[in-house]
Design a protein around this ligand. Structure first.
Ligand code: PMP
Length: 451
């Protein structure tokens, strides 16, 4: 594809180094440039409008153009454009938000720590866990377990927790101290004749066996998304969390619930820890916390986590960790307003209702010859496209489907052979119908697709 000299496309190719992009291919095809957003729709620079069925990156809960968030940011910039929390400093917005998050938590939490991205939050938690183990006089208790296909970020540490090959290949990752256990995807990992409950038991046994093999005294924490997002929207078997938590309790291992995608209503409850009766020691929050209007993240810790860390900082003289932008006043003000809107408009209940309507419509495609599995919970779902001839282009079906959906005016996300949907929480039933119509057209087109 050739682009006019000096066009936005040509300038993007010339100057912009993209994340999560094949750079060689990008130089050939150029960018897809979005210019405006309103509600659940975005419009590109050719004037074509799309339903943003991924809420950007699983994150724009309130949709585009929410003026109350714009006003909250503007007002905070006028009052106090920047302040930090180093050396005992604070500002009103961050105090109010810390209190609000601790109050909202579905399990007793003690403190909120603020960062700028999900990766930074997880990276910080890893450091705090090591610090805590040293404080407790258990310097050998440093290993961390996450899961194959789990996603926790891309920094050297958080990217090591992530269990996806593309995040490790050629980056000299993962670092040691990080181990990956079984992904709880029954449809893909379940054995012939194994029930979902038996599969959940096996996942817990695999975790137990890994802990035993490494030495229980060396394992500090287990990191997991209640529902996996980027690894393919993996909804665990109903007994999975109960069985996993029993193993962690047996060996005194901390549980970190990465609610970066699930938090603030995505699964039909405010937090997925409620949906699955998870009792985490740490909860990781980002994305929908500000509807991604500004970068922001936080994590909550309970007393059991916080106390030894606090004491160690007293002994050393300072907690030697903090980010310039951590707890930024503009992010905090936007988060407070965003959460207020989610509560006032009862968007969690709305997400549960519209999500169940949308998923029941999506399930009608389950018998289609090209569909392997339809899965989801609340307002997050995936359609696994399975070509009858499994030798044909494995891993490419999701991308082919996502391309057709884009032509039909729907932004989705390809993940191997699956196509994910995670629209803004504000989406209406009628707007989800637009996604369903596009899926129907996409499957028809895919039947004729040459692989
Ligand atoms: N954890 C989860 C569950 C995520 O989905 C993501 C991002 N997709 C991250 C962590 C990392 O967040 P960020 O991209 O803001 O670093």
């Amino acid at each position: 594809m050739t682009h006019l000299p000096n066009s936005m496309e040509a300038r993007d190719i010339a100057y912009h180094f993209h994340g999560y992009t094949n750079a060689v291919r990008h130089a050939e095809i150029g960018p897809h440039i979005m210019e405006n957003g309103e509600g659940v729709f975005v419009t590109d620079n050719t004037g074509k409008r799309y339903v943003e069925a991924m809420a950007g990156l699983w994150s724009v809960a309130l949709g585009w153009g929410e003026q109350r968030l714009v006003r909250a940011a503007t007002q905070q910039m006028e009052n106090l454009s920047f302040y930090h929390n180093f050396g005992h400093r604070a500002h009103p917005a961050i105090i109010e938000l810390a209190e609000k998050l601790v109050d909202m938590a579905p399990v007793p939490m003690s403190k909120a720590y603020f960062t700028n991205s999900g990766s930074e939050a997880n990276d910080t938690i890893m450091k705090m866990i090591w610090y805590r183990s040293n404080a407790l006089g258990k310097p050998q208790k440093k290993k961390l377990i996450s899961r194959n296909r789990g996603y926790h970020g891309v920094t050297i540490a958080s990217g090591s927790l992530t269990g996806l090959p593309n995040n490790h290949l050629s980056f000299d990752m993962p670092i040691d101290r990080v181990l990956h256990t079984t992904c709880p995807h029954y449809w893909k990992e379940g054995l012939e004749g194994e029930s979902e409950d038996q599969f959940a038991t096996r996942c817990a046994q695999d975790l137990d066996a890994m802990i035993q093999a490494e030495g229980p005294d060396t394992i500090a924490a287990f990191f997991a998304e209640p529902v996996m997002g980027a690894g393919g929207v993996v909804v665990p078997p109903s007994t999975y969390w109960e069985k996993i938590q029993a193993v962690l309790a047996k060996y005194d291992i901390l549980l970190v619930a990465d609610e970066v995608i699930c938090g603030f209503g995505r699964t039909g409850r405010m937090f997925a820890s409620e949906t699955y009766d998870i009792k985490p020691d740490v909860m990781v929050l980002s994305k929908q916390i500000t509807s991604s209007y500004v970068p922001f993240s936080a994590f909550l810790v309970n007393d059991r986590f916080y106390e030894p860390v606090a004491e160690e900082s007293g002994r050393i003289g300072v907690l030697g960790h903090g980010f310039t932008g951590g707890g930024h006043p503009v992010g905090a003000a936007v988060a407070l307003e965003n959460i207020a809107i989610i509560e006032e408009r009862e968007l969690v209940k709305h997400a549960a209702e519209v999500g169940s309507y949308f998923r029941s419509r999506l399930s009608t495609f389950a018998d289609h010859p090209l569909v392997g599995e339809v899965r989801g919970i609340g307002l997050i779902a995936a359609l696994e496209v399975a070509h009858p001839n499994q030798d044909i282009a494995p891993g490419k079906m999701g991308a082919a489907m996502a391309d057709y959906l884009l032509q039909e005016g729907v932004v989705s996300r390809a993940m191997m052979d699956a196509c994910a949907f995670c629209p803004p929480l504000i989406i209406s039933r009628d707007e989800t119908d637009l996604i369903i119509d596009a899926v129907e057209a996409g499957l028809t087109a895919l039947e004729k697709h040459e692989f």
